[in-house]
Write a protein that binds this ligand. Structure first.
Ligand code: FPP
Length: 245
């Protein structure tokens, strides 16, 4: 029985989020520049997108660039932004072939013009696709998102569109950048056990899965392993075992 056949397709997470980590260390291990790691990370992005869509996962969100990543050496930032443009342009036809819709969250207006334009073009071309939504978190951080949502909610209250006292978790969530259901599974590669300002609100009940595999080496089988692990967890949402059907 193959690894994939161990997956119960009736109990798939609807939304998987991934912190792609370890590109730099993977490159360094072989005496290559960090961008070599990012370039090889693109293969993992392709594999995982394919694996998720083939299984029937409806939403896949990838942390591609955080607001803190601007602190990296300028050379790496420039190369990463160029790689994003190249990858989005090159992969649009694969997204179309696989009926995948491209989406993005983050402070996108602050991205370099070419990256922003390529992203918008990819989003526009794929907007009618409905098999899976692939969301890139770009110039994203969760605290930024929550602060922006708080400002929006305050503005809505000021304009009389909502009543301050009616604001609860569900209505607040409508002001967040994400319009997807919350991820049930969050994967982080490269052996780091951190969330790094990613989807803090949305992962309230997500299962966390950490793997030592560096992102450029992450393949379909690693994704299947994460899903199988998830399917062995008992999700209690604050209840006790006996209350779970
Ligand atoms: C983390 O590794 C990776 C990134 C910050 C960038 C991820 C980008 C790609 C995989 C390329 C293009 C992606 C898309 C979605 C088209 P790191 O640099 O933090 O590695 P380290 O922790 O070993 O230094």
């Amino acid at each position: 029985m193959s690894l994939k056949e161990h997956i119960d397709l009736q109990r798939l997470p609807q939304h998987v989020a991934i912190i792609m980590d370890g590109n730099g260390r993977w490159a360094k291990k072989q005496g290559r520049p960090r961008i070599f790691g990012h370039r090889n990370g693109v293969k993992a992005v392709r594999e995982v997108s394919e694996a998720a869509a083939e299984l029937g996962v409806e939403y896949l969100t990838l942390y591609a660039f955080s607001t803190e990543n601007w602190n990296r050496p300028q050379l790496e930032i420039t190369a990463l932004m160029a790689l994003l443009v190249e990858t989005i342009r090159k992969e649009v036809s694969t997204l179309m072939d696989n009926n995948i819709r491209l989406s993005a969250i983050g402070d996108l207006q602050q991205l370099p013009g070419k990256t922003y334009a390529a992203l918008q073009e990819g989003i526009d071309i794929t907007k009618e696709n409905d098999r899976m939504t692939l969301t890139l978190a770009l110039n994203y951080s969760s605290r930024w998102e929550i602060v922006e949502a708080a400002k929006e909610a305050a503005r809505a209250a000021q304009l009389g569109k909502i009543k301050m006292d009616d604001l609860d978790a569900a209505t607040f969530a409508e002001f967040l950048a994400t319009s997807t259901p919350d991820p049930e599974l969050l994967i982080r590669t490269s052996g780091e056990h951190r969330i790094s300002n990613f989807l803090l609100w949305q992962i309230a009940y997500a299962e966390l899965y950490f793997t030592p595999v560096f992102w450029p080496e992450f393949r379909k089988k690693h994704f299947y392993e994460a899903i199988i692990d998830y399917q062995h967890r008992e999700r209690r949402f604050g209840k006790i075992s006996e209350q779970i059907v």
